[in-house]
Structure formats: structure tokens, C-alpha cells
Design a protein around this ligand. Structure first.
Ligand code: NAD
Length: 266
């Protein structure tokens, strides 16, 4: 199926809903994170990316710079409370506040119940759940104080469905959805909105191993019969960050080509 080309928003001034805002994008050197950084910048935000590996951060910042995007890059393990606190403070000090947190960092060790090691279980929970908790806790303090902000958690359709061989991943993403809901309740009174996005398969390095028959089988499970593009997730992040979503709080937005509504196709 032919997919329409994505809009190139980099040089347009027609859709700048985030003018003057400051955004942190975790996992900003990854597939969805980098596109999110691009999109938030295109809509007028100052962007800082956090990622775990310094070489990945450097090459992402260089790639964004080649496209005219001036982003800050910080090497941060989001599962480390002290590093998160220091990095968030440095962005806030440098930029004078934080308005948007897009939690895109993630890991996906595979394994059934009997195959999943303690190491993989812990890694999944540390990054996909504790990492979101730590970033939201630090950024949420600034947002609550300034009485505004938007936190967007990239969860997964696998938070809502039991996918065999993804025991640790599904559990960690379901936890991230639960966390989103409680944070929406706690931070809502401060004018801070917290929402999650549940993507189905998106073409990024995370699922690069899905090729040939493996990919075909997964595409058949998606009513739109294709994988998503990182830009399509970034567009949903920008919507949730913007005032267009000013009364959207505690929501899980499926960006999945219809995956979660799939019933039967006789
Ligand atoms: N690609 C998909 O099909 C898909 C589907 C549903 C949900 N997601 C979720 O979307 C998010 C983005 O995934 P992606 O597809 O861009 O994958 P990706 O592997 O391209 O990017 C993930 C990024 O997270 C970073 N990261 C990992 N551990 C970290 C840590 N401890 N601290 C800081 N950064 C860390 C990685 O270095 C990488 O740059 C993830 O949370 C993923 O679970 C992806």
C-alpha cells in the first residue's frame, strides 16, 4: 500500500503551536525520539534530548544540526535518579523552565515467562517504568510550580494486549500506563496534563529484526496493513503537548493503524 509522504514541517511557520516552550525528549537519539525532537522544534520549542550513550547523543545532535535543528544533547541513564535530577536541573537552569516531557526512551528484551532472566526483567522495568517515574518526578516539580506542562509517555499497544514472548516488555509498558493515569490525577490540579501514546509497530531500530514473513504476519494483524512511521508518533506527541489537547488528560492514545480495535476479518 502506498503511504503518503509525511509533511516536512522543518521550515514551515504554519503550525507552530509550541512557540517559546522548552521540551525534554528522552530516548532522543532513537527512532521515535529523534523524530519527536524534530517535530517539537519545528513547532517552535527549544529541545533537549536525553539518551543513554554519549556517541548516540553526539551523532543525533549532529544529524539534527545538519537539518537546521539546534538541540541540546545530554547523556543520561534515565534509570539513575541522580543523573536524571542533574540533567533536568541543567535544562531548567539553561532554558528557564520545562513545558514538555516526551518519554521516548525504551528497551525491549524478548522472552517468555520461562525464558526471561532477572537481568532482562529488571532492565525492562528500570528503563520503561522507573525511568518514566524518575523523569516525571523531576520535571513534574517544575511544571507543578509553574502551573502548566504536558508529559507524554510512549507506552505501547503491548501495554493493553498480552503478547507472547514479551513478558517483561508488556508488564513494564502496562506499568507505564498505570503511572500515566495516576500522574494525570495528581498533577491535573496543577494544570499539568499527563497522557500516554500506545503505538503498534513503528519502523525504528527497536524492531529492525522484524523482516520478511515475520513482518508480513504482523502487518496482517494491523487493519491498515502497514507499520507506522516515527513521524506519525511524533505528530501525536506534538498534539498532546499543544493546547489543541488542552482538556486531554490521563488518556491513552492508540496510534496503531487500528491494531487495538481489530476484531475479526471474515
Ligand atoms: N518501534 C516500535 O515498534 C515501538 C512500538 C511501540 C512502542 N515503542 C516505544 O517507543 C519508544 C521509542 O522506541 P523506538 O522505536 O524509537 O526505539 P529505539 O531503540 O530506536 O530508541 C530507544 C532509545 O532509548 C534509548 N535508551 C535506552 N535505554 C535508555 C536509558 N536507560 N536511558 C536513556 N535512554 C535510553 C536508546 O539508547 C534509544 O536511543 C520506546 O519506549 C518503545 O518501547 C516502540
Amino acid at each position: 500500500m502506498k503511504v503518503k509522504n509525511m509533511l516536512d514541517l522543518t521550515n514551515t511557520t504554519s503550525c507552530r503551536r509550541l512557540e517559546g516552550q522548552v521540551a525534554i525528549v528522552t530516548g532522543g537519539a532513537g527512532g521515535i525520539g529523534k523524530e519527536t525532537a524534530r517535530r517539537l522544534f519545528a513547532e517552535g520549542a527549544q529541545v533537549a534530548i536525553f539518551d543513554a550513550f554519549s556517541d548516540a547523543v553526539e551523532s543525533a545532535i549532529a544529524e539534527l544540526a545538519r537539518d537546521g535543528i539546534d538541540a541540546m544533547g545530554l547523556t543520561v541513564d534515565i534509570a539513575d535518579p541522580d543523573k536524571v535530577a542533574r540533567a533536568v536541573k541543567s535544562v531548567s537552569d539553561e532554558c528557564g523552565g520545562i513545558d514538555i516531557l516526551a518519554c521516548c526512551a525504551g528497551v525491549r528484551p524478548l522472552g517468555t515467562l520461562f525464558e526471561t532472566s532477572m537481568e532482562d526483567w529488571k532492565l525492562s522495568l528500570d528503563v520503561n517504568l522507573t525511568g518514566v517515574f524518575l523523569c516525571a518526578r523531576e520535571v513534574g516539580r517544575h511544571m507543578a510550580e509553574q502551573q502548566s506542562g504536558s508529559i507524554i509517555v510512549i507506552a505501547s499497544v503491548n501495554a493493553l494486549r498480552g503478547v507472547a514472548t514479551q513478558v517483561a516488555y508488556c508488564a513494564s509498558k502496562a506499568g507505564a500506563v498505570g503511572l500515566t493515569q495516576v500522574l494525570a490525577t495528581e498533577l491535573g490540579p496543577f494544570g499539568v496534563r499527563v497522557n500516554a501514546i500506545a503505538p503498534a509497530q513503528v519502523e525504528t531500530p527497536m524492531i529492525a529484526e522484524q523482516v520478511g514473513e515475520v513482518r508480513k504476519k504482523r502487518e496482517e494483524r494491523i487493519p491498515m496493513r502497514r507499520y507506522g512511521k516515527p513521524e506519525e508518533i511524533a505528530g501525536a506527541v506534538a498534539f498532546l503537548a499543544s493546547e489543541d489537547a488542552g482538556f486531554v488528560n490521563g488518556h491513552v492514545l492508540c496510534v496503531d493503524g487500528g491494531y487495538t480495535t481489530y476484531g475479526i476479518h471474515p
